[in-house]
Write a protein that binds this ligand. Structure first.
Ligand SMILES: [Zn+2]
Length: 188
């Protein structure tokens, strides 16, 4: 029979891989009535020597994708460039390991008057940003809808700041400052 084995293409659970007259069922397959089916999403493999059919599970390593929006913590910020830690595309399902992120003032300023990145984001802020590049460290941009700071700690007393009239205000000590705040700002 024409086999789909050893094609570099995913099969789904339930895909017919072959029959037991031809192959011995190996890892990640099951057999019903002499037919061998994949039990996982993965790449079908055939061991030609041992005549074993098995499926190599597709490892689902999540990485930021170009053009997507991600959440990232600001780990350092200077006048023109900031370094970030990209932690998630969806905060309910963060990456196992973070990725590097770089934000340049040219991808953050909304008017030529903004000359200092420190007026837009601050160390420790969680920001929502667009991914411009394809590999780690990722080039990030705030030039996207909803991009900006989504969570910020008060630099004086380390409380979560609240959004009030477009400004970030500390509910504990009253410290307030302006920032590029996202409409997704998280309020507790
Ligand atoms: Zn405070």
């Amino acid at each position: 029979m024409e086999t789909i084995l050893n094609r570099e293409q995913d099969v789904l659970p339930g895909t017919l891989l072959g029959v037991i007259e031809e192959f011995i069922p190996g890892a990640n397959v099951y057999e019903i009535d002499g037919k061998i089916f994949s039990s996982v999403i993965g790449i079908p493999r055939l061991d030609m020597i041992k005549r074993v059919a098995w499926v190599e599970p597709r490892s689902r390593v999540q990485t930021p994708t170009q053009g997507s929006m991600v959440y990232a913590f600001v780990t350092s910020v200077r006048e023109e460039i900031a370094m970030l830690r990209v932690i998630a595309q969806d905060l309910r399902n963060p990456y196992k390991h973070g990725f590097g992120g770089i934000l340049h003032i040219s991808q953050a300023r909304s008017s030529p008057g903004e000359r200092n990145l420190q007026e837009i984001i601050r160390l420790g802020d969680l920001v929502y940003a667009k991914v411009l590049s394809k590999s780690n460290p990722y080039i990030l941009s705030l030039k996207a809808p909803k991009a900006g700071v989504v969570l910020s700690l008060c630099p004086k007393c380390v409380s979560y700041q609240r959004l009030k009239g477009g400004k970030l205000v500390c509910p504990r000590c009253g410290f307030e400052e302006s920032r590029r705040v996202s409409q997704l700002y998280i309020s507790f």
